[in-house]
Write a protein that binds this ligand. Sequence first.
Ligand SMILES: [Zn+2]
Length: 377
Amino acid sequence: MRQWFKEFFSPCPGHGQPSGEPSGDLPGGLLPPSEDTFAAINELSRVVKDNPDAVEIYLALGSLYRSQGEIERAVHIRQNLILRPGLRPEFKARALYELGRDYKRGGLVDRAYEAFQQARKTAGSNPAITQELAKLCAEADDCLQAAKYYVELGNPVAEAHYLVRQAQKESRDHPQDGGQVQKCLERALKVSPGSMEAWLEKIHRSLLRLEKQPLSKILEQALRQVPESKRFILLEGLIVSMQNENPPYFLNAGTAGELDEVLMVLSDYSQDVLLQYYGGLLLLHQGKFGEAQVWFEKCLLLAPDFWPARLELLALALQNNTLPQSVEVQLVFFLSRAREVKRFICGHCGLKRESVFFVCPRCSSWHSISFRRNLNE
Ligand SMILES: [Zn+2]
């Protein structure tokens, strides 16, 4: 990459990073724009407008307008700059890039896309621009194009993610034709063999009887490929898919054998506290309380601080024991509160969520999710 690219496309934190950019333009809490601020911006703008040496300041002013929500003024500044005769191509590319970000901030997605494309034509391939194009395609549900941009960005995790999204689109739009779906999933697993999204989709399809292999076989392969710290996602997704089945999976007597095979697979991971915990949850859903208790107790032998297993054991104890009503009322209250604790956390920014995410909604990191094994996290 030529030096000027680095200079021109990395003035703000987050630009060009695979993790994406934060949602706001200025970090920290911004004060509401005051008349003084606008007066100062206007004055500066007037001074540097025709000064060929002040292009950087002029660009920064545009970004300042954008940060204050003054999109029209920001756009005006970029357009003035782009039309300036004799403007060096690196400045033009940067102005087009910022113009794209202005439009995006203003919700004008098509114009944003066009500006980024022009920036790309002027600057050549540049990660900051490609990142913006990839995100716009992803937001517009153009999954295949998003996947292509992530190839360029050298991000196989994101590429696989959008190939799986494409597979989901295919199965929605052409439910009778599973060929394309299989192709997309195979491609996703080829570029990223540990893609949780791809394995989850296969697990989901297996429950719908759309896969040739039985569920336990798919889970067995998935557990071998997915990184150890992310294996829990497969089980979390499996339980969610089972709960959404119609008729309810856990009430269907025909599925008991299949679940036994899944538990056999999990029992091979006797040192993995999270997999033992999810084994317990599967048994709970089946109404096999005694066996579930054994699995939760195994969790505590492995990790005495593992609070979700303690929570389930307490709930089971409450079912099996008659307590004074005043004690029971308080315990039920604390149990219901404890169940509201968000179980998942982003390893990069600390965002806590109750449902699984593949891209952090706050810091845009890929696969940064982990399970909160203790409550201090
Ligand atoms: Zn995050």
